[in-house]
Design a protein around this ligand. Structure first.
Ligand SMILES: O=C(O)CCC(=O)C(=O)O
Ligand SMILES: [Fe+2]
Length: 291
């Protein structure tokens, strides 16, 4: 996307236009929390894209719709899919997921996010919550946990070690989303060290939320349980995954540190005036979370 040849003023203007924010952004800040929120799509376009995604995206079922937490297998109470550039994989809650090829609609939404923000992404995690459970699942408790109307996600940070630590995570919401609650890592649970107010964000149909660094290092986010809404809801969180050339040891989400040597794919971090091109990174990134 970025040009290495000498750029003309016209090219710079074009680039400025391409990345100038056509939507009004709202900045959400707290200590170490840095998010930008904007309505990216009109309600009509958001409806259309949600319908198209319902046709295109194939969600994990069976084994893939489980996570292992401390050796125990749990069903994921939502449907998930991963898409991205060829050869990429992403270790999420201890499970390695390979990227399926981009679907036309997921790719379209990714490109709208890039045009609007200047940031490039090579991977997306799609989370879907179905509307009311079909009647037959009443007689199949196992199936019910996969498809029922629960829409919640435990508090976690999107700070997996293979994520580019300099890139934001861009979270696009389609359908009526429950509020997203952010809690500072020092203000959670029984061992809380500080009194800090959680930050509650309403994510509108067709909105994008940029979670900029260091948000995902210092703040956890999650969705409180909400039942029985009549509409499906899809969330696409676009990420920049580093291409792992070698692991010094097997990645494990239960460990706090690890060393990796990685090369992102083509494109840079983007952003307004940000550095373009590839990057060789040697990073130690913590990653301990439950989703
Ligand atoms: O489904 C949502 O709205 C949240 C998704 C999320 O936090 C994630 O994919 O990491
Ligand atoms: Fe997340």
């Amino acid at each position: 996307m970025r040009k290495t040849t000498r750029r003309t003023t016209q090219q710079e203007d074009d680039e400025e236009d391409e990345f100038s924010h056509p939507v009004p952004w709202q900045k959400i800040e707290s200590e170490g929390l840095d998010c930008d929120d904007a309505l990216l799509l009109s309600p009509e376009e958001a409806d259309r894209l949600l319908e198209q995604l319902e046709e295109e995206v194939v969600y994990s079922t069976g084994e893939e719709a489980t996570v292992q937490v401390f050796g125990k297998v749990h069903g994921v109470p939502r449907q998930q899919a991963t898409h991205g550039d060829a050869g990429l994989s992403y270790t999420y809650s201890g499970e390695r997921r390979s990227a399926r090829p981009w679907t036309p609609t997921v790719e379209y939404i990714r490109d709208v996010v890039t045009k609007t923000t200047g940031h490039t992404f090579n991977f997306v995690l799609v989370n879907r919550r179905s509307p009311h459970p079909p009647m037959w699942t009443l007689f199949h408790p196992g199936a019910r946990s996969q498809v029922d109307g629960r829409d919640h996600m435990g508090e976690h940070r999107d700070d997996e070690r293979e994520l580019d630590p300099l890139s934001p995570v861009a979270s696009v919401s389609l359908g009526a989303a429950p509020d997203r609650i952010f809690r500072h890592r020092d203000a959670r649970g029984s061992r809380r060290r500080r009194q800090m107010e959680p930050v509650k964000l309403e994510l509108a149909h067709g909105s994008v939320l940029l979670m900029n660094p260091p948000t995902n290092t210092l703040w956890y986010h999650g969705l409180p349980v909400r039942r029985n809404t009549a509409q499906p809801r899809v969330n696409l969180s676009f990420r920049r995954v580093l291409r792992v050339l070698s692991w010094t040891r097997a990645p494990s989400w239960e460990e706090e540190d690890g060393l990796m040597l990685a090369l992102p794919g083509p494109g840079g971090h983007g952003g307004h005036g940000g550095p373009g091109g590839g990057l060789t990174a040697q990073a130690t990134v913590g990653g301990s979370q439950m989703k």
